[in-house]
Ligand binder design. Structure first.
Ligand SMILES: Nc1ncnc2c1ncn2[C@@H]1O[C@H](COP(=O)(O)OP(=O)(O)OP(=O)(O)O)[C@@H](O)[C@H]1O
Length: 315
């Protein structure tokens, strides 16, 4: 199974954001599975930067296993998993995961959930010291996502109600540069989260808790959280599988919108053939070890009777 270079016209945001490109993900001769039991063998698959690869296949064929292997959560039983030519040896902030299951932290507000990867992804210098956050760019969510990365320590409340959460940091009367940077970073995180929540149509919901949202709204929060830290790859495991048809279509459109400009590479597992044909530049059919290109990705007007049947036959 192999993928070749994606059509540049269909790479989401590639032209709009040439400096921030997606990761190239590759599986080379990979045998993957759980506890020594292979689910798929001899997998050779390359996902090009900025490409959306939809993955379909019969239940139990290994779609989630493939995604977890790409994420670095599951080591391959054999072969090599690479990101930009370097072996993937574990999970990384560069690769965000979005699941069907509600993976939001129920005790954190919507905004605190979106801030989470920014806080976790704090940057440290070679000797472990906190580093200054990079200056934020005011050009929208994509512009300053890293601005909030510089510092963590927002506590579990995560809503700015808690302290800086950094031991040994001087108080207000004795501010050190570290303290000031931390405050700036916290503001940047909050600003980034607010921008992403606006981007996914949830401004006004920032202070709610996940249980106060609908299923579609919770998926929007997951999307905002996944993209807030500007990952170079987004790995999505049936993210819209539990939604009704109309909400699902809205989420597909939203996904296309929010990916535009990020340049992120996307691997999108789905059971829905039409979803795969709408979102994917290509569709990987795990059941038959084929990868088929989609002529007009993300075009609601496109219809592919033959291709659709080929995919259905592979399931
Ligand atoms: N944690 C695990 N430990 C052992 N075996 C597992 C584990 N997770 C999945 N498997 C097995 O690996 C195989 C592939 O599972 P996987 O979840 O990747 O399939 P899938 O294609 O995503 O299925 P579905 O479409 O039903 O979600 C199955 O036989 C499953 O039983």
């Amino acid at each position: 199974m192999s993928l070749t270079q994606a059509d540049a016209r269909t790479s989401p945001g590639a032209a709009a954001h040439p400096a921030r490109h997606g990761a190239r993900l590759a599986l080379r001769g990979v045998r993957l599975g759980h506890r020594g039991n292979a689910v798929l063998d001899g997998v050779d698959l390359t996902v090009e930067p900025g490409e959306v690869l939809a993955v379909v296949g019969p239940s139990g064929c290994g779609k989630s296993t493939l995604l977890r292997t790409l994420a670095g959560l599951l080591p391959p039983l054999d072969g090599v998993v690479e990101q930009d030519g370097a072996p993937v040896r574990g999970p990384g902030a560069d690769r965000a995961l979005v699941f069907q299951d509600d993976a939001l932290l129920p005790w954190r507000t919507v905004r605190a959930n979106v801030e989470l990867p920014l806080a976790v992804g704090r940057s440290r210098g070679p000797s472990g010291e906190e580093r200054a956050p990079r200056p934020s760019r005011a050009s929208g969510p994509d512009g300053d996502g890293q601005g909030g990365d510089g510092q963590g320590g927002d506590g579990q409340g995560g809503d700015g109600q808690s302290g800086d959460g950094q031991s040994g940091v001087p108080g207000r009367t004795g501010r050190s540069p570290v303290f000031d940077l931390s405050r700036a970073a916290r503001r940047a995180r909050r600003r980034t989260a607010a921008q992403w929540l606006e981007q996914v149509g949830l401004d006004g919901h920032a202070h709610k808790f996940p249980h106060q949202l609908s299923g579609g709204q919770r998926q929007r929060v997951q999307l905002a959280r996944a993209l807030a830290a500007r990952p170079r790859a987004v790995l999505m495991d049936e993210p819209f599988g539990a939604l009704d048809a109309q909400t699902r279509a809205e989420m597909q459109d939203l996904l296309v919108d929010v990916l535009a400009g990020t340049g992120a590479t996307v691997v999108f597992v789905t059971h829905d053939v039409d979803e795969a044909l709408f979102l994917g530049d290509r569709v990987a059919l795990l059941g038959t070890a084929q990868v088929v290109p989609v002529p007009n990705p993300r075009d609601r007007g496109a219809s592919y009777a033959g291709l659709r049947q080929q995919i259905i036959n592979s399931l």
